[in-house]
Design a protein around this ligand. Structure first.
Ligand code: 9MR
Ligand code: 9MR
Length: 611
């Protein structure tokens, strides 16, 4: 048997990944921050048995590669620089069978190498990784591109060539201009209400043009939290005004907050107005009455847009994010912060009065269901944000009497997500100063570090160091990797312990190529990277006149559920971490979404900082 397994995983061969060229991303304005750092846009070279982060490594960070090999003895590895000279060497650590990938693996650890440059490779028995950089500034360009994803997902505003690049420019979508029928005067679904609302703006959720409050909530929270964390640490200048390619550059407000505000304004428009039945609650979602075809440019969507029944979960997502808004935006725009707080308070009161408005899986025609039957976690999260912002005793009591305040289940092994939000309340109460007793705050902080240690433990037990259980490759698994990495990074902020920073940074290695398919899931980053994600405008694979997803778009990732026809047909029998196909029709493995790019934005901001 050969020492190195040269055959690629069956899933990858089926996917036919080795043939398609990568399109270059759109150009960026001269005044904009550098984009697309360290990226190769050459033709795909195919995967290799030595899997590394294809963007690269931080000089002071963990540096590990995974080697696919059935050999039971350690193998020699070499780190070579661009000139081919060996700059470090060692022996692999045998991991053996890896349940998630279905492969046998070794680990090559070159963390102790402290040089910097580009064009490095790890070589094991003549097999080479793709080339990568070792650079302190590795993540600055990616951070910028990951945030541009949000700008380019904006509804209700033209996407400017000067900001997004000519290929990505498009007219405003859903401003009531024919053939659009929304989103300025949007009626309810029949039987839900007898009036219309202006719910323009916000971000399109994903590859579809729906706008969903629960997913908007968790995504907005992550962007605002990324700023709140940096502000507390004193590293927020990198997120400040004129750091991103957005129209609000130069308005004196940190750009990441400008971007998040685009969604916050939409979320508040989704609140049922005073004087109407269920006043103060939030409509669960708004989207097309019927699924539109792929591709469909936003401004060409002719479907009727509709508001769907208010839900308790959506109402509490609004309460939580609007309360967070009131706290974080206060120093930049007091009037906006006050408007957020008023909305949050009304949402909280309405949720208390209407705790049984449950969004179910039945409502999935024309848009995603985002069923969220459990709302106790959302009550806890909203109470935590309202308490952290106001210090008021009613919210404090709601926090301390919630079972989620002490539950060991607040940080799921598979990660918090749009339906499981108690962790967000914990993260806020563990990091934002409040009037909780010191012992209680210490307990909450310990719950964060305990969760982080659990994710580190999951990583160390696997061939690819993924902070997920081997059985947890669900729809959006890449977002779940990101969310668990955010928890590890927060634990680093609380303790200064390097193992947490290493866990967060190493999670990026997984997303950028150190994985079962040996490919980067972030478009434009890596020799072999996703570029056919499911999207109705970035739909080059379906229509050559349309662009590929812009650099910095994260694919949903492996999903062992095979929940779309392409995945079901092409990936049967795949190992969980290999259940992925870079095909535009595979929405259950290869869509993009705001709740997956949001943790990536948080993490790239974190990784771009000096520790
Ligand atoms: O494009 C839709 C994607 O955004 C959703 O995540 C997915 C599941 O809700 O559904 C996709 O739409 C498909 C629809 O469900 C069935 N017909 C084909 C659609 C793909 O264009
Ligand atoms: O991210 C959502 C995932 O957790 C669900 O399993 C899946 C099916 O309901 O829906 C995902 O969300 C999609 C939403 O329903 C519609 N817009 C695209 C979202 C990402 O695929």
């Amino acid at each position: 048997m050969p020492a190195l397994v040269s055959a690629l995983s069956a899933a990858l061969l089926i996917a036919g990944l080795a043939t398609t060229p990568v399109s270059a991303p759109g150009s960026t304005p001269a005044s904009a921050p550098e984009s697309h750092a360290g990226v190769s846009t050459g033709a795909f070279a195919g995967t290799t048995a030595v899997r590394a982060n294809q963007l690269g490594y931080l000089p002071d960070g963990p540096k590990r590669a995974t080697v696919v090999s059935t050999d039971t003895a350690p193998l020699p590895w070499q780190l070579k620089n661009a000139a081919g000279a060996v700059v470090a060497s060692g022996a692999t650590v045998v991991h053996g069978a890896d349940a998630a990938s279905g492969e046998s693996t070794h680990r090559a650890d070159f963390t102790s190498y402290r040089g910097a440059g580009s064009g490095y490779t790890v070589v094991v028995e003549g097999r080479s990784s793709h080339p990568f950089s070792i650079a302190a500034g590795l993540y600055a360009g990616l951070r910028s591109d990951v945030m541009s994803f949000f700008y380019q997902q904006r509804s209700g505003i033209p996407i400017e060539a000067s900001l997004a690049g000519a290929a990505y420019a498009r007219p405003a979508g859903h401003l009531g201009v024919a053939p659009n029928k929304g989103d300025t005067v949007v009626p309810c679904q029949s039987g839900v209400c007898d009036y219309s609302r202006d719910v323009r703006g916000g971000w399109y959720d994903a590859g579809d043009h729906g706008k969903y409050v629960v997913n908007g909530g968790v995504s907005t929270w992550l962007l605002v939290n990324s700023f709140e964390r940096a502000k507390a640490k004193g590293t927020d200048a990198a997120l400040g005004d004129s750091t991103l390619r957005i129209p609000e550059r130069g308005n004196g407000v940190p750009d990441v907050l400008d971007e998040a505000r685009w969604e916050l304004e939409f979320l508040m428009r989704m609140q049922v107005p005073r004087g109407k039945p269920l006043a103060g609650t939030a409509f669960h979602k708004m989207h097309d009455a019927n699924w539109t075809a792929l591709p469909t440019r936003p401004e060409r969507d002719a479907e009727q847009r509709e508001l769907h029944r208010p839900s308790t979960a959506a109402t509490l997502n609004l309460a939580a994010t609007a309360a967070q808004c009131a706290r974080v935006y206060a120093r930049y725009d007091a009037a906006f912060a006050a408007r957020c707080l008023d909305s949050a308070r009304r949402a909280w009161t309405a949720a208390k009065a209407n705790p049984g408005l449950i969004a179910t899986d039945a409502d999935g025609t024309g848009g995603g269901a985002y069923a969220d039957p459990t709302v106790g976690d959302d009550f806890y999260w909203a109470a935590a944000e309202l308490y952290a912002t106001t210090g008021e005793s009613a919210y404090r009591e709601a926090v301390t009497t919630s079972p989620w305040h002490t539950s060991t289940g607040a940080f799921p092994a598979a990660g918090f997500n749009w339906a499981e939000t108690a962790a967000l309340g914990r993260l806020t109460l563990a990091t934002v100063p409040t009037g909780l007793p010191a012992a209680d705050t210490a307990r909450l902080r310990t719950s964060v570090t305990t969760a982080a240690d659990g994710y580190l433990n999951a990583m160390s037990g696997q061939g690819y160091a993924v902070p997920l259980p081997a059985a947890a490759y669900v729809w959006g698994s890449n977002g779940q990797v990101g969310n668990n990495a955010v928890v590890m990074a927060t634990a680093y902020g609380l303790t200064g312990q390097q193992r947490y920073r290493a866990g967060a940074v190493e999670s990026l290695d997984y997303l950028l190529g150190r994985n079962a398919l040996g490919q980067s899931y972030i478009s434009g980053y890596g020799v072999l990277s996703s570029h056919n994600q499911h999207h109705r405008f970035w739909a080059h694979q379906a229509d050559a006149t349309l662009p590929t997803p812009p650099a910095g778009s994260l694919a949903g990732g492996p999903n062992s559920g095979l929940q779309d026809p392409v995945a079901a047909e092409r990936l049967p029998g795949c190992a969980p971490a290999a259940c992925y196909i870079d095909d535009i029709e595979s929405y259950s493995t290869n869509e993009v979404a705001i709740n997956w790019n949001a943790p990536l934005a948080w993490l790239t901001q974190f990784a771009a900082e000096r520790p």
